[in-house]
Design a binder for this molecule. Structure first.
Ligand code: 4AD
Ligand code: MG
Length: 478
């Protein structure tokens, strides 16, 4: 058996009684031909390996370079150095894999996030990305724990679909037809009957519609999977491939929906604070240093941990779309013509408007309800006024929209009318309309963008830095 190692996280917490251990990991630094800082990704802290003079020959010492992988057998002893309780006094050091110091791109110094994005295959080995991806893991685990505790069924909705759930037309096509010479109909259009599925198909933009089918039997379901949007948005908040959590609940109205979403976000934050404090503290420090480089006026008022505590301890603000527009119209920013985009009732709020509301006006997460029907998807429930729908978006400081959701239109006639108005072919959606034909109930749901949530918890400014390998316009490396 090869793997009888002790993980560095556990080792650092153990009592140094001279016990023998096997440690494996990658070299971060090697000082004075004597002190190796070894890391195995279980924690950001390294174990110090002490190599006594004379233990290793000259040739072996030369191979202990940053990035090389080692197997060390040694004794756990109290550390004389600062910063750690224990260290390992090496008995044997075996080099598992060399790393040419001339060529290894990661040096023991601070690299820019932009540079690390180019070597995303190695960036997990840095302190920043170690922390980010351990937290991402924890949050994913907490998503399942939250819904499991509430008795929701995890439904795996399809990745390939033939519908455009959001009706926004931002889909990646899936086909096996030859691009150069596709079969054509008489009118010159592509004949998808000859395609793999016998119809035109795409990668899913959302699992919601299938999620609703599940909710009409299990009462409460959630999805958690990858979704795809071919929107040409090159921003720090958009990915072409992102992960989304979509709960869907029968017997829920818009208020129940808001309560669940708020409780969910707070639960995720609390989970990370209980399980990832070391990594959060590291990122808190990192962010504080980054903030110091900025001019005073651009600095955020709260540190990362302070912000997370604040969000967990306070109620989200709840306002209507109409109130939001009025706040914007009354704002000094509007009066001084600071907004690039226009403000009037009916607009789809731009990120500058959303950020004004959460960062300047309320200084906390805000839930906005009652959006104009004209700017929202067909499935949202029409309000009594006939012009707004029971939609809810949650806007978060530093992020903007983090959740989008609604109460669904459960009344068949209204839904069919809405679909006609929006030119959505009802024949292809009869499976969806069946839920309204057979035992329809009030129901609601929402989608949380997982990467935006990870950004919020880690304080990372660019969404490309919270997903392992980002897919964005003109970029699909790795
Ligand atoms: O607001 P959206 O488009 O809503 C839906 O897809 C609904 N079907 C959800 C539902 O009610 N079940 O997307 C939901 C969330 C957004 O609030 C945002 O956090 C995230 O998904 N999101 C993106 N994240 C990263 N990159 C993108 N291109 C995103 N588009 C949406
Ligand atoms: Mg949205």
């Amino acid at each position: 058996m090869f793997n009888t190692r002790t993980k560095i996280k556990a080792l650092l917490q153990s009592e140094p009684t001279g016990q023998e251990v096997i440690v494996m990991g990658w070299v971060r630094t090697f000082r004075n031909n004597q002190f190796i800082a070894l890391n195995d990704g279980s924690t950001n802290h390294n174990i110090q390996i002490v190599v006594e003079l004379g233990l290793l020959d000259e040739a072996t010492l030369k191979r202990i370079t940053t990035g090389a992988s080692l197997k060390v057998i040694g004794e756990v002893v109290p550390s004389l150095g600062k910063g750690q309780k224990v260290e390992v006094k090496a008995k044997t050091v075996e080099i598992l894999g060399d790393s040419d110091a001339e060529k290894y791109p990661l040096q023991p110094k601070k690299h820019s996030l932009e540079f690390l994005r180019e070597i995303a295959h190695l960036r997990f080995r840095t302190n920043t990305f170690g922390a980010v991806f351990r937290i991402r893991h924890s949050l994913a685990f907490a998503v399942h724990q939250f819904f499991n505790e509430k008795g929701f069924v995890y439904l795996h909705t399809p990745i390939i679909t033939s519908s455009d759930a959001e009706g926004a037309g931002e889909m990646f096509r899936v086909t096996t037809l030859p691009l150069e010479n596709p079969p054509l109909n008489e009118d010159g259009s592509i004949n998808y009957k000859e395609d793999f599925f016998g119809k035109s198909t795409n990668l899913t933009v959302s699992g919601q519609l299938e999620g609703e089918l599940g909710a009409m039997a299990f009462s409460e379901i959630y999805t958690f999977g990858p979704t795809f949007r071919a929107e040409n948005s090159n921003t720090t908040r958009h990915l072409a491939e992102f992960w989304m959590i979509e709960p869907e609940m029968a017997f829920y109205d818009i208020e129940d929906n808001m309560n669940l979403a708020e409780a969910f976000i707070k639960y995720l934050i609390r989970y990370a604070m209980e399980h990832n404090m070391e990594d959060l503290e590291f990122l808190d420090q990192r962010l504080a240093e980054e903030e110091k480089q900025k001019p005073q006026a651009e600095r955020t008022e709260m540190g990362l941990l302070e912000k997370l505590r604040f969000v967990v301890d306070n109620d989200f603000e709840r306002i209507t779309y109409t109130e939001a527009i009025n706040i914007l119209l009354d704002s000094p920013a509007y009066k001084k013509k600071k907004f690039k985009y226009e403000v009037s009732w009916g607009i789809d709020m731009q990120s500058e408007h959303e950020r004004y509301l959460v960062e300047k006006h309320f200084k906390k997460p805000v839930i906005v309800t009652g959006y104009p029907a004209a700017i929202k998807a067909f499935y949202m429930r029409m309000n009594e006024d006939g012009k707004t729908v029971a939609a809810m978006d949650i806007l978060a400081p530093g992020i903007g929209e983090i959740v989008g959701g609604s109460q669904r239109e459960e009344r068949l006639d209204r839904l069919e009318q809405r679909m006609r108005d929006m030119h959505i072919p009802a024949e292809e959606m009869s499976w969806y309309l069946d839920t309204r034909r057979f035992g329809t109930v009030p129901h609601a749901g929402f989608g949380l963008g997982f990467e935006r949530m990870v950004q919020f918890v880690t304080g990372m400014g660019n969404i490309r830095d919270v997903i392992a390998f980002a897919r964005t316009p003109q970029n699909c490396e790795f």
